[in-house]
Design a binder for this molecule. Structure first.
Ligand code: OOG
Ligand code: MG
Length: 256
């Protein structure tokens, strides 16, 4: 089985926003390592076209998210410049079935890596924290996939936006911080940072440990999305999403 060919296929669907069959239907023997190799190849193609890696995302770090997609272990994905929205507007063209998640993002000021990274190491390497919204859009039909499929599809990464205001890592207790997500004025989901592995800092530590398996590190300046605090919501043209973060203000997103 040619991993590069599979990566080319996924990359094409990521670019054109057309859905596809799960790669494991045709290739049931693909494993998690193959899937991360495919994910990396897709990002290499994007970089060859001039895109640039700006960070990482953790996914499926909360029970609510794991249950909603039926995959029960955390995964990571890669974030590029072209995924970052500069304005709080999401255009539906070239998207398949986008969903929105309330998140926070750590931005590091030191390299972080190794299999023994602790929450303490993460705090020592954190420059600031932003409220964030992630837009995921699985390339697979019906937003349905196995662990291997979703990793190969870059953990459904599509777009993200950070708030304008950065906060000190010591601004609040991030596990106690509440978020509430509204679509067109209706509150659909709420939760706290503790939903993410007990404390969002653990998600960054886990990412560093997962990356150490392939001798990678999180570089200074990189953004790390820690994973959705709650289940994601579907959005369509005309929707307005607001996420209210306790002690951080709100982020908005208009879908057009
Ligand atoms: C996988 C990506 C999950 C999160 O924050 O948990 C994710 C998916 O649900 O498609 O981004
Ligand atoms: Mg997410």
């Amino acid at each position: 089985m040619d991993l590069k060919q599979l990566a080319e296929r996924i990359d094409q669907h990521q670019r054109t926003g057309r859905d596809m069959d799960k790669v494991t239907i045709e290739h049931p023997s693909l494993n998690v390592n193959d899937a991360y190799d495919i994910q990396k190849m897709c990002i290499d193609f994007a970089q060859e076209r001039g895109d640039k890696m700006v960070g990482w995302k953790m996914g499926l770090t909360s029970k609510a998210k794991q249950i909603s997609v039926g995959v029960d272990e955390p995964i990571y994905g890669r974030l590029t410049q072209s995924m970052e929205l500069s304005e709080p507007v999401l255009h539906m063209d070239q998207l398949i079935h986008p969903r929105v998640e309330p998140e926070i993002a750590f931005v590091l000021n030191k390299e972080l890596g190794g299999e023994h990274v602790t929450p303490r190491d993460v705090w020592m390497a954190t420059e600031c924290i932003f409220p964030a919204i992630e837009v995921i859009d699985s390339r697979y039909k019906n937003f349905s996939f196995t662990l291997v499929d979703v990793i190969a599809d870059n953990a459904s990464s599509t777009k993200f936006i950070l708030g304008d205001q950065a906060f000190s890592p010591y601004h609040t207790a991030w596990d106690e911080m509440g978020v509430a997500m509204y679509r067109n004025g209706e509150m659909l989901h709420s939760g706290t940072g503790a939903a993410v592995l007990g404390h969002p800092v653990r998600s960054v530590a886990m990412l560093a440990k997962m990356l150490s398996r392939t001798e990678q590190t999180i570089k200074p300046g990189m953004v790390v999305l820690v994973g959705g605090f709650t289940e994601a919501i579907d959005v369509n043209s005309g929707d307005h999403v607001e996420v209210r973060y306790e002690k951080l203000g709100s982020l908005n997103l208009d879908v057009t």
